[in-house]
Ligand binder design. Structure first.
Ligand SMILES: C[S@@+](CC[C@H](N)C(=O)[O-])C[C@H]1O[C@@H](n2cnc3c(N)ncnc32)[C@H](O)[C@@H]1O
Length: 233
């Protein structure tokens, strides 16, 4: 781990029983931004790679022409991976200015916007994006389930909405899963979008909420990837 962020600090922040307040979350990411990717490599965080590959496997279109909205973009990891696959046009949104400053350094984003989702609306025009992607932020205490409607709204008719969910099996994590999956289904029942694919992943990231010994034993948090396509209205 980097000197700036010890595993203990991280464990305290991510402790399932703790409940994360949004101001604490922003403060945490602001101070973590510079070493976020280095520390996530240590934590074997595979969600960006897995989500981008999942999207790409199910996507039809010419990547270079596509407008991508990267929600909770963090340091810009997702855009870096998508850029390697030929995607060129990115707008990023995040609640942490520190993370947005890191994202700006990638040089991939045409625009970067600060917004604490759930508290503030998604700061984009409706119906503009061919791909809306959110990785690493659909979990309790981060981005609330209600924001999925805003993700759909931001997509063009026929556009893709790709989401990853951290599958930490705690009481609040299980409630979040139930609530998210019933909202996704409800939106489908309302004709807002159609389901394209869902994929379970065993190794979303190392489970750092448990003690050091278990981290050494490489216990992983699972995850789920979801892909929907906005209806042609
Ligand atoms: C685990 S990082 C994921 C970043 C990036 N998508 C990735 O996969 O590397 C979570 C990000 O979500 C952002 N975030 C969490 N809750 C948010 C909210 N309610 N509104 C906006 N950003 C939020 C954090 O600031 C942080 O940058």
């Amino acid at each position: 781990m980097s000197d700036n962020r010890s595993l203990d600090e991280l464990r305290t922040f991510l402790k399932p029983s703790k409940g994360v307040d949004s101001q604490q979350m922003v403060k945490f990411y602001n101070t973590w931004a510079e070493t976020y990717e280095q520390d996530h490599n240590f934590m074997k965080y595979t969600a960006p790679n897995q989500a981008v590959n999942f999207l790409f496997e199910n996507f039809s279109g010419r990547p270079e022409e596509v407008q991508v909205l990267d929600v909770a973009c963090g340091s810009g990891w997702v855009a870096k991976l998508m850029f390697e696959l030929g995607f060129k046009h990115f707008v990023g949104v995040d609640g942490s200015q520190g993370m947005l400053d890191e994202a700006a350094k990638t040089g991939h984003y045409e625009d970067l916007k600060l917004a604490l989702l759930g508290t503030e609306p998604l700061p984009t025009q409706p119906g503009v994006f061919d791909v809306v992607i959110i990785v690493g932020a659909l979990r309790d205490g981060f981005v609330p389930v209600s924001v999925t409607r805003e993700l759909c709204l931001a997509a063009k008719a026929g556009g893709y909405v790709c989401m990853s969910r951290n599958g930490l099996k705690t009481e609040s994590g299980n409630k979040y899963k139930e609530s998210l999956e019933s909202e996704l289904q409800l939106m489908q029942d309302e004709g807002l979008w159609s389901h394209v694919a869902t994929k379970q992943i065993d190794k979303y990231m190392l489970d750092v909420s448990i003690d050091n010994q278990d981290v050494q034993l490489e216990r992983y948090v699972p995850g789920t990837l979801y892909l929907y396509r906005k209806s042609l209205l």
